[in-house]
Design a protein around this ligand. Sequence first.
Ligand code: ADP
Ligand code: MG
Length: 336
Amino acid sequence: KEIRGDELKVLDELGSGNGGTVSKVVHEPSNTTMAKKTILIESQSPIRRQILRELQILHHCHSDYIIEFYGAYLEGPHICMCMEYMDRGSLDRIIRKHGPVSYDVFGQIALSVLRGLTYLYDVHRIIHRDVKPSNILINSKGQIKLCDFGVSGELINSIADTFVGTSTYMSPERIQGAQYTVKSDVWSLGITMIEIALGRFPFADVEEEESEEEGREDDLTLNANSTLSPSNATRPRASSRAGTTIGVTQGVAMKQSVKTHAPKKKTKGVMSILDLLQFIVNEDPPRLTKFGKNAQDFVDKCLIKDVKLRPTPKQLLEQNLIQEALKKEIKLNEIL
Ligand code: ADP
Ligand code: MG
């Protein structure tokens, strides 16, 4: 049976992000608690119906590492998606509340995410496209599952993609306008793994620097000839959806003022989104030194900048970190 909006009672607001808002609801006919995501779609109703059709593939996704899908329906200009409610919430909230994860939890998360990505790709040829801590969910059974993967091309096109905050898990090749592949998800996993190990976004204090001046103001101009854009002639078939990157990858001149307040002592400079994108493309990837060799090797593999050399999720399952995690019986529900 299809789910109808009038069968749902809202219990709580869970949060909101790029695409919409998420509420905790109860489906009264079945007495099932669910998470309902409401997404505003600006397109005409034929497009909305098309998205609804494309979402039906979710009814065929069944894995211990993927959120269950219960159904979707249209409501005015919105699409509502009902999915499994995960009662411990997302990893970003968990680390905000409990701090960085332990080494054992780190290994279990890597294992679960890789199994989820491998399932999606091997069985359904689905690339996730949005691996980040807020799309990795935990429940009190100790399960770790992925949500918010890109099943509907029309839906991806219809969500006006804006960078909320300044975190970006986007791979260097994506920033430069290349096609998404399953290896782009691997990059995002690498950034995610460092973030949950440190309890903060790995690029956050990149601009940490000493400066004598007060309130220095830099003008940063990016254009077609800047290092971000490979060439003006080969315009990447870039996403008409990639928010800030449109201007960058398509070579539109952009000017941005970056104000760094620099009191006498060492301060954390705030990186603008453009600085960050440029940094990801041009500099060495971040590394993880905290948890020893297996964790470090794993993250190094995820963050290989050359897509051709970067492993797939399936290949990463062979890594020592994962082999070690497989041997351990971790009761995640008691830890998190
Ligand atoms: P984002 O993923 O960018 O944070 P979303 O709109 O996808 O934005 O989700 C908002 C928040 O809702 C997430 O950060 C997460 O904490 C929570 N959430 C999303 N889906 C679920 C779910 N199935 N169960 C529990 N919490 C969820
Ligand atoms: Mg999400």
